[in-house]
Design a protein around this ligand. Structure first.
Ligand code: GDG
Length: 462
């Protein structure tokens, strides 16, 4: 059996409960087969030389973890300026927030080259390599240039925008061309695959080959959708844990006469937080029966605090939540509890279970795991309602949620009201359909489907 090698910007010890969706999903993937996980250590070597970094090795159960430190200059250009300052906003359709003049692309390329050289020295001939996310798009091209012939797959966790948005990236040709060094490129949704196909056909004159293949630059890449899932069983077993039970009991006690709504995400402009608060304010203005009752608990865990756009967003949210509370709050009721802190993962299922409605309303999102975690946490006999943005990848798989356009404040407020008033049989019916789907397409399905497709990619004969 081939060894699995996973490469991602950040890695996590699979034996520890990690915070983010990606870390959790990958940890579970590697635990199952054993293998090597390679990535940045999270450490910055202040006096390090650009393009160089020490390798650290650690054994975590069946998984070997190998990480590389980054020099300050590499960290700033590869991670802050290009990955998070250019690729993240462009891929989330936010050309207005991309800093195209930061010059980060040189560092992005340098770090990918360095990772490829370090990784090459660790590889065995029949390894299967699975590269993750936008930080590492050119990695396979660098590995191929260094002589690697192993099968290499890539999974993009964030959306792929349409060709005309991608074309705003000064180096879009180089970046998209480098995807052809992979045997398989996986996307979250059919929408993303369609964007890739259109780009390949119109910008690269690539030829379609078979059901999923595209041929250009002397190689063929398969492009397919593999919507990522969660570990439903693990999430439901956390629901029985002390932390979740206590969380749920405490909220039930505090909010016995009230209706709880919940939102949980990293503080990020893609997640539509100001729009959500405005829709909630509209709900309180339009439907006064919610006064003294509807309470939104909004967790926005700190993320990328050193990127400018995030500081502005933080200030906007502080001010909006304060304004809603001062406009509508009463001595014994504050409509918004906005918390800019990380909540322990084991408490989340209890928080989700206590809430009658979840607001998952990103402006654009690759998938969105919170939508799935909320559904997994519900009591099937008395489930809550998921209000989900049509712009989340999850919307393709979860049509039984109440789908909204988060830019449309009035309609979103109306839909939240509908969620709060939905009769039990309808809630049960919708929840049953959603739960069945996230169970079938869970994180194990995702891993197995991607790896099976990677193993079946044809030998490149182009
Ligand atoms: C990227 C893509 C795609 C959030 N706040 C806290 C916390 N979380 C957890 C959630 C969930 C995870 O973080 C977030 O996952 P998402 O999928 O919602 O979003 P991104 O972080 O943007 O992830 C996304 C994902 O990759 C996987 O492919 O779905 O589209 O953008 O698990 O529960 N966890 C804890 N405390 C918090 O305060 N412990």
């Amino acid at each position: 059996m081939s060894r699995l090698v996973v490469v991602s910007n950040r890695i996590a010890d699979p034996r520890k409960t990690a915070a983010g969706g990606l870390a959790v999903a990958l940890g579970q993937a590697l635990e199952a087969s054993g293998g090597l996980w390679f990535g940045w250590s999270g450490q910055i070597a202040e006096n390090g030389t650009p393009g160089e970094g020490d390798m650290n090795r650690q054994q975590a159960g069946k998984v070997q973890l190998v990480t590389v430190d980054l020099s300050r200059e590499d960290h700033d250009s590869y991670y802050l300026n290009y990955s998070n300052g250019v690729l993240w906003p462009v891929f989330h359709y936010r050309l207005d927030l991309a800093d195209f003049d930061s010059g980060g692309v040189a560092g992005y390329r340098r770090v990918n080259q360095m990772f490829a050289h370090k990784l090459k020295s660790l590889l065995k001939p029949d390894d299967i390599i699975w590269v993750h996310d936008y930080h590492l798009i050119p990695l396979a091209a660098e590995l191929r240039a260094a002589g690697c012939q192993q099968r290499i797959g890539f999974f993009l966790h964030i959306p792929l925008p349409p060709p005309l948005i991608l074309a705003a990236l000064p180096e879009h040709d180089w970046l998209m061309r480098s995807l052809f060094a992979y045997d398989l490129v996986g996307f979250q949704s059919e929408t993303d695959v369609a964007h890739f196909a259109r780009y390949a056909a119109t910008e690269m004159q690539a030829k379609p080959v078979g059901e999923h293949g595209w041929q250009a630059f002397g190689s063929t890449v398969q492009a397919r959708a593999f919507p990522i899932g969660i570990d439903v069983d693990e999430f439901q077993s956390m629901l029985k844990g002390k932390e979740a039970v206590d969380m749920q009991a405490q909220l039930k006690r505090e909010y016995v006469r009230r209706r709880l709504l919940v939102g949980v995400e990293r503080l990020d402009y893609s997640k539509g937080l100001p729009q959500r608060l405005k829709a909630f304010r509209q709900l309180l203005r339009n439907y006064p029966e919610n006064h003294g009752s509807a309470t939104l608990i909004q967790i926005a865990s700190p993320s990328r605090e050193s990127v400018d756009a995030y500081a502005a967003l933080r200030a906007e949210l502080d001010s909006l939540s304060g304004a809603i509370n001062s406009e509508h709050g009463e001595m014994d009721w504050m409509p918004v509890r906005y918390i800019h802190r990380n909540v322990a993962r084991k408490r989340l299922p209890g928080l989700f279970r206590a809430a009658s409605v979840a607001l998952v309303t990103p402006l654009r999102d690759g998938m969105n795991l919170v939508a799935k975690e909320y559904v997994a946490s519900q009591n099937p006999d008395d489930p809550g309602v998921l209000v989900l943005s049509r712009f989340a990848g999850a919307a393709e798989q979860m049509p039984e949620a109440l789908l909204v356009n988060p830019f449309d404040t009035a309609r979103t407020a109306e839909t939240i009201q509908r969620a709060l008033q939905m009769p039990l049989p309808e809630r049960q019916q919708r929840h049953q359909a959603l739960l069945a789907r996230i169970r079938t397409h869970d994180v194990h399905w995702w891993r197995e489907a991607f790896l099976a497709a990677l193993k079946q990619t044809p030998e490149d004969t182009a």
